[in-house]
Write a protein that binds this ligand. Structure first.
Ligand code: PLP
Length: 382
């Protein structure tokens, strides 16, 4: 198998598994208990908190552990909404992850005005649009750092400056960015930042929310844990795993980033030069080093996914197919990619566990599969 879907999720790193196993097998104390095993669990959580904070240049007490990136995003946006109930306007973009989109749609049904900022054809965002859209009613600006489909990076430092100047809280969805590019919460000028463990070689089901020190904040889940900021007995093993994964990601950020970028570039340049009618979706430089989103004229992505899957190559499509109709990705649509090309797109996302030889083999398989599909000619999807 060649796994090129690291933006969907990642394999658990052996070091991470090793770090978490004792907390599943031997150590079952509740971190809120005062006796020895409880205190050990609490100390393990605090050490993980310090590592997660270290990955993003934060202080440990600013990190709240959650169950996933989606919970972190919901908590940040809803906290802003309830801290300032009279402000009923949210600024976000048309290319956010569904966690943000679905929540904003829910808020819209409750009378909020949502500004869905458009992106340029290369998926980048003009920060002036953020400045223009903020009003006295704005409760929060919530934007991605890196897009999960295209890898395109948003200029969060500039947006952070605008939000600070206008005194509006700024939440960053850094779920895809953390561990792939340097993230520094102080430089970003943000107030909230969301993270998820499973995008950086930790198991699924653990996330974190960074809340800037001193910020007014309202929890989503009420309870006494996490200093009253997120109720629910902590998932000690997963939090320990997240700490180990964050430490590894920080340690290897530069080395792995360069290696992964070289692999992705090797793959992408081969495909672009050997498969005519291929286009890159997204800015070629202003994007994550691991992501390549490509459209192949004359094919349908769901058919390519099947043929690549038969060859053991795991990638994902920028379009979802349900009940016989193809829905092109909202991200590609917002970039103005024509429907035929949006429905012919594939996302390849590399990780530090991939190799150059996999990149070459995948490029060869793509060439063969796209050629085969084009020979077959257009088909109707049932
Ligand atoms: N935000 C982005 C950009 C993502 O890519 C994802 C996951 O795909 C999420 C948020 C949600 O994270 P989780 O799966 O931990 O809920």
């Amino acid at each position: 198998m060649i796994y090129l879907d690291n933006n969907a999720t990642t394999a658990v790193a052996p070091e991470v598994l090793e770090a978490m196993v004792p907390w599943l097998r031997d150590e079952y104390g509740n971190p809120s208990s005062v006796y020895e095993s409880g205190r050990r669990a609490n100390a393990a959580i605090e050490s993980a908190r310090a590592s997660v904070a270290g990955l993003i240049g934060a202080s440990p007490e600013e990190i709240i552990f959650t169950s996933c990136g989606t919970e972190s995003i919901n908590t940040a946006i809803l906290s802003c909404a309830s801290m300032d109930p009279d402000r009923r306007h949210v600024v976000t973009s048309a290319v956010e992850h569904s966690a943000t989109i679905k929540l904003c749609e829910h808020l819209a049904r409750r009378g909020y005005e949502i500004t869905w900022l458009p992106v340029r054809a290369d998926g980048t965002l003009d920060p002036d649009l953020v400045a223009e859209s903020i009003t006295d009613e704005t409760a929060v600006v919530s934007l991605l750092l890196a897009n999960n489909e295209t890898g395109v990076l948003f200029p969060v430092e500039e947006i952070g400056r605008i939000a600070t100047e206008r005194k509006v809280p700024f939440h960053i969805d850094a779920v895809q960015a953390a561990g792939k590019v340097p993230v520094d919460v102080r430089a970003c000028g943000a107030h909230f930042l969301s993270l998820s463990g499973h995008k950086l070689h930790c198991p699924k089901g653990v996330g974190a929310l960074w809340v800037r020190n001193g910020l007014r904040y309202e929890p989503l889940l009420r309870g006494s844990q996490e200093n009253g900021r997120r109720g629910g007995t902590q998932n000690v093993a997963s939090i320990v795993a997240f700490g180990a994964a964050a430490a590894l990601a920080a340690e290897r950020l530069e080395e792995c980033g360069a290696r992964v970028r070289a692999m992705r570039d090797l793959f992408e340049s081969r495909v672009l030069s050997e498969v005519p009618g291929t286009t890159l979706n997204g800015h070629s430089a202003q994007r994550l080093p691991n992501t390549s989103n490509l459209s192949f004229e004359g094919i349908r992505s769901e058919e390519a996914l099947l043929l690549l899957g038969e060859r053991g190559i795991c990638v994902s499509a920028g379009s979802a197919c349900s009940s016989g109709s193809v829905h092109p990705s909202h991200v590609l649509r917002a970039m103005g990619v024509p429907n035929e090309l949006a429905g012919a797109s594939l996302r390849f996302s590399f990780g530090r566990m991939n190799s150059d030889s996999e990149a070459v083999a995948a490029a060869e398989a793509v060439r063969e599969v796209v050629g085969r599909l084009r020979e077959r000619g257009p088909r109707t999807v049932r």
